[in-house]
Design a protein around this ligand. Sequence first.
Ligand code: SF4
Length: 410
Amino acid sequence: MSSAALSAVAGPPRGASDESDPTGIDMTQHLTADCYERWSALGRDNQPIDPADAAAILHGDGIDLLPLVHAAGQVRRVFFGQSVTIHVLDNVRNGACPEDCGYCGQSKDSDAAVRPYKIKSVEEIVGQALDAQRSGAYRFCMALSGRGPTDRDVEHMCQAIRRIKSHGIRTCLSAGLLDDEKARRLKEAGLDRLNHNLNTSASHYAQVCTTHTFEDRLGTLRAAREAGIGLCSGLIVGMGESYDDLVEVACTLRELRAESIPVNFLLPIEGNRLRQPCSGGRALDPAFVLRVLCMVRLVNPTAEVRIAAGREHHLRSLQSLALWPANSLFMEGYLLSEGQSAGETLKMIFDAGFEPVLDNPSAVPPELRELVENQAPRASGGAVTELKPAVRGAAKGFVPVKALTVRGSD
Ligand code: SF4
């Protein structure tokens, strides 16, 4: 561990039975308040904590959860205020994927009960985007299963993107591996953001998938960046990785300047090869999930950190605490599993004193309108706030926009 402030971390490290302490320090005492304050001050200044400190957050039993959550929350507050961006997933093509990603129910090797269907028609996709817009959506994300889109798939999606953009709706696409040419065509059609998760570290990648490589994934992200498409890329926690793998992928996402980082927690889906969520040799628990979210925030201060799949399952009663490190979440389920309803999610956000980012509060479904109207003034001192995360590298603060984001994940 690099810092003198970390000379006081307590107890045996979490996961000590299967991982040695990489920091080389005597973890015999709780961290001092100075240490949390130093992490917070770095983040507020858009400086990442160093990898050794990030590892200590995951390893040390001497970490006190509330000071850690508070430190991460102070950082998110500088860049995102109290806003929570709500995302909804939409699948454009489901199942029948030739890849062997061990966490995915759409993989050729999975026995998970998935209803495969072919790519939806352009009409159907545009219709769903317009439905999303009528519900207050600002960004619409289309997720295609598969290794990567064919030329025909790209043309199909370009047609859909052009038409969706003509209605003033921002677009996201999750479509697997892309080369420079496909990324360029999608950008020309108007694609705003590409979702392509790194999922885990380079060294752990082969344990997760053998049909493509970590380098393939990096290549897709580079192609998207080169084409001028925004990057949404995250991780999946619980695939048997070490804590250092989690730190490594968080740091790689920082190097890539990912604007948006979805943090997934493996769901135990029957039929998938990876279905026993564990990290550092231990099952996931709510406190560890919070540590991971805080670590990702402190390594990536200005990124939109999203609590993605597994929020309800792994955080359980500590869900609302995750809103301090994270400023974004999915609601109403994930690609292959159900999640908390819109009403429950909004209530949790308001109860914790945060503000959902809504394009048009009057477009909220009638059954939720009363909740929004009654709770918003209490949370924000006014109407529901419309905020967009500051772009990475930009000055601190917010850019007012109209946004309820809808996106997918691959
Ligand atoms: S994550 Fe994507 S590429 Fe991997 S099996 Fe699932 S659909 Fe296929």
